[in-house]
Design a protein around this ligand. Sequence first.
Ligand SMILES: [Fe+2]
Ligand SMILES: [Fe+2]
Length: 283
Amino acid sequence: MKSNKIAGIINSIDKLPTLPSVYVKLSHLLDAPDSTIKMISNVISEDQATAATILKLVNSALYGFPEKIGNLQRAIVILGLNEIKNLVLATSVLETTKQFKYDCGFDMEEFWRHSIGCAVSARILAETAYLKRPEDVFAGGLLHDIGKLIHVTYLRDEFAGVIKDVEESGIPMFESEEKILGFSHPQTGSALAEKWGLARETIDMIACHHLSDNTITMTKEIAAVHIGNTICTALRMGSGGEKRVPVANQEVWEILGIELSSMEYVMTRAMKLFEESISIFGL
Ligand SMILES: [Fe+2]
Ligand SMILES: [Fe+2]
């Protein structure tokens, strides 16, 4: 019943944000058996802002390569296609949406700073836990709160009520959304990600980052985003509009399997990468 309601909202929004064309073209190209590195590089280069941001990211402390990587073709070879695809997703979604301004008490720049904070924190957790594809966790972290973008854009008056309620009561935003809207940003965000055709793992990371969907099996990747959200909120990397720092679930810690003694390293590195990343993304 509830999922029908959310699907109805998603389907009734005419101007739902679409995935930037550079990402759509890249996805098609990566699915085609005869694509070459040059073709992939050319598609990314069509979007100059995205191409420039990717080169800056590739040469940042996020990767820590000893030599400068001067062009996209080399970046693609060194990083691999999945990493590049996730970087294009991150940079092009940000390029498309970061200039939006809203007047209902929700700060979009702070929102994206929070999202980048979660992405870098979750990625470092994923690397520390030796997960196979930390770049997927980076994408999940970046998009974890994307449902708020739908609420603030298409349900402005109701969402202003949510912001006020969170401010006054201090309850988590997803609980206030459930109370006032009847659904929450993990649900709308994952529905949007599904409509965008993103990977099932990414959809699940968005749907489950507050552990509010018990139909999804917990994975280490979801755990990294859940804890990454706590870390970036505690370290005040931007703001997703929450009044209080969300408490990371103990069982989820155990699933991720990171020693508490690693946390000083994780947090110090997250702060360093956060500062560098937000300057690269122009926030
Ligand atoms: Fe959230
Ligand atoms: Fe968040």
